[in-house]
Design a protein around this ligand. Structure first.
Ligand SMILES: [Zn+2]
Length: 265
């Protein structure tokens, strides 16, 4: 997985590449042996051999890059729809130069993504430390690397659970979120488990159990650390807390603290 880009920096690199496409045919191309054309077999029911331009020709290269640009632009639109236009240009490199205290943390996350580690992540830290910014960067990296991602709005899910007794649509909304979460590679959960949401807990159990069963990864951010999460649930109901503990342990969480830092702009 490539990690050091955001959608905007990726778009810039594609535009650069586009501007520097050499014209004509690549004489050293191994695929077409410098002919600029290759024969391909159409699949059945056509079963016919046709000759097409090789991807080393400038026309083909241009088409390939235009498709990539279009895809990246669509990804940027998706980002804006989920997160608004704020912080859409943060990548790990930029983040490390602005929040120097977080260099070690970002390196851990980079390794986690590059080596496709089977764990889930719990990002902790006071509000305002940049957890959401990190989730936004991770979202961009995952989507640009063709991973399916669900940015799970915990507050929305918890609200739906409070309304579930009175609103039929709320139940539908809860099911939709759980079902959608089941289908992705990564679930990003922001502001998660900061308060004991007893009603939402069954839904969370289901999401965590699915994540284990389908080998999905969850990256969650919370204002409080693991022990504090368990403690606030314990203060409500010790059985509930131990059930949550078992489930969270099953996710093999790597706990990472986001340090409060001075901004070095
Ligand atoms: Zn070629």
């Amino acid at each position: 997985m490539k990690t050091n880009f955001c959608i905007k920096s990726f778009l810039i690199s594609l535009e650069d590449e586009k501007a520097n496409i050499p014209s004509g045919i690549d004489k050293n191309c191994k695929k077409c042996e410098g002919r600029g054309e290759v024969d391909i077999m159409l699949p059945s029911p056509m079963n016919k051999k046709i000759t097409v331009d090789c991807e080393c020709t400038s026309d083909e290269k241009l088409e390939i890059i235009n498709t990539k640009i279009l895809n990246a632009q669509n990804t940027l639109k998706k980002y804006h729809k989920i997160f608004g236009s704020f912080e859409d240009d943060f990548n790990f490199e930029k983040y490390k130069s602005v929040y120097k205290e977080s260099n070690h943390l970002i390196e851990i996350i980079e390794k986690y993504l590059i080596y496709n580690m089977p764990n889930s992540i719990l990002l902790t830290g006071e509000s305002g430390t940049g957890k959401t910014t990190i989730l936004k960067m991770i979202w961009q990296i995952l989507v640009l690397n063709n991973q399916s991602v669900f940015y799970f709005n915990s507050a929305k899910f918890e609200n739906l659970n409070y309304q579930a007794f009175t609103l039929v649509d709320a139940n539908k909304g809860i099911r939709n979120m759980i079902e959608y979460a089941k289908q992705v590679d990564y679930i990003l959960m922001d502001d998660h488990l900061c308060k004991p949401h007893k009603n939402a807990l069954d839904g969370y159990y289901e999401i965590f159990d699915n994540a284990r069963a389908y080998k999905q990864k969850i990256i969650m951010a919370s204002n409080i650390n693991y022990n504090e999460i368990i403690d606030i649930y314990k203060s409500k109901d010790s059985l509930m807390a131990s059930r949550l503990d078992v489930r969270l342990k099953g996710l093999n969480l790597i706990e990472c603290e986001v340090m409060k830092s001075e901004v070095n702009l």
